[in-house]
Design a protein around this ligand. Structure first.
Ligand SMILES: Nc1ncnc2c1ncn2[C@@H]1O[C@H](COP(=O)(O)OP(=O)(O)O)[C@@H](O)[C@H]1O
Ligand SMILES: [Mg+2]
Length: 303
């Protein structure tokens, strides 16, 4: 039905067209997930491009993106479907007024009163092919919900007692992400192909910055990336992700900064560090020391 993706290189190219820079290991596991129809489990630090890749794939393939954002206390009702209680009440009132109770009894649990949540939406046929289902930040939910997801991912069908069983005509492309605030259960991982998304190396992060903040000069981009990479090797409560690198470069651009200095870093630190303890660590001469070290790591361009 759909043209299968030919190669790992083709995966990299289609993501590059969405300004997503994808290294070969990630492209390989993604290629396999698409080819074998297996869910892809992406784990890694915050801000390393896990959520973004699902968006990029959906856009590249022209599929609808359906996102289930996980949170503590998320239950099946909010993930699959709910009955629209308010609309049912209105219908009851209307039927009472019209003295039409008979009609009501059969009609209150019909499709018009059903609120479809992400997992059910993902099982519906879509123009353009099966959707991309992003189950984001699964580490925020609890184990019972994981067990429930395991079920849902194994057969892609939902039974609604009042309506019957709804089955996906074609399995969605499933991407699960975790920021690893806790371990996700083995059983769920075993269903998926797994990839650890690490912070990018220097050259790759430069490439990402070119793709996402193209107005930043080469010289500034290199300084920014070198500094952020240097910062990541410090013992911080929360290390800056790629998202922070991009944000920071954009902040510096907005301030017409051409080159980093300890003063500029002090003024804009809120773009890369989000915890007061981490910010406090960089007070005084510390920012200058890190900047000097970052500069030293930069091989002069052209040599
Ligand atoms: N490989 C990449 N290519 C392009 N942009 C990236 C990449 N990795 C991260 N980003 C940028 O970083 C931002 C944050 O990434 P995100 O997917 O939200 O991180 P995560 O879900 O891992 O916490 C994205 O919006 C994107 O702009
Ligand atoms: Mg995310």
């Amino acid at each position: 039905m759909h043209q299968p993706i030919a190669s790992i290189e083709a995966v990299q190219q289609m993501l590059a067209a969405q300004s997503y820079v994808c290294g070969r290991p990630l492209a390989t596991v993604l290629f396999l997930a698409l080819r074998l129809g297996r869910p892809l489990f992406l784990e890694g630090e915050a801000g390393t491009g896990k959520t973004e890749i699902a968006k990029a794939i959906a856009a590249a393939l022209g599929r609808r993106l359906i996102r289930l954002q996980c949170y503590e206390g998320l239950d099946a009702a909010s993930a699959v479907y709910e009955w629209n209680f308010a609309a049912q009440m209105v219908a009851i009132r209307a039927a009472e007024a019209a003295q039409d109770a008979q009609h009501l009894r059969t009609g209150l649990f019909g499709p018009e009163f059903l609120i479809e949540r992400p997992l059910l939406q993902a099982m519906r046929p879509q123009d353009g092919g099966a959707p991309v289902l992003l189950i984001d930040e699964i580490d925020r939910t609890d184990e019972p919900f994981e067990a429930f997801l395991l079920e849902a991912l194994s057969d892609f069908q939902v039974t609604i007692p009042e309506l019957g069983t709804i089955k996906a005509p074609e399995a969605p492309i499933v991407i699960l992400t975790s920021n690893r605030t806790r371990e996700v259960h083995d059983a769920l991982k075993r269903r998926c192909l797994y990839h650890w998304v690490d912070y990018p190396g220097f050259e790759r992060e430069i490439e990402i910055l070119h793709a996402r903040a193209p107005d930043a000069s080469e010289a500034l981009s290199r300084e920014v990336v070198a500094f952020v990479q240097r910062l990541r090797s410090e013992d911080l409560f929360k290390k800056p992700g790629v998202a922070e690198t991009i944000d920071w470069a954009k902040c510096l651009l907005a301030l017409d900064v051409l080159t980093l200095s300890p003063e500029v870093i002090a003024d804009t630190l809120g773009a890369i560090l989000k915890y007061q303890d981490d910010i406090a660590r960089l007070q005084g001469t510390e920012a200058k020391r890190l900047l000097d070290e970052a500069r030293r790591s930069l091989v002069p361009a052209g040599t």
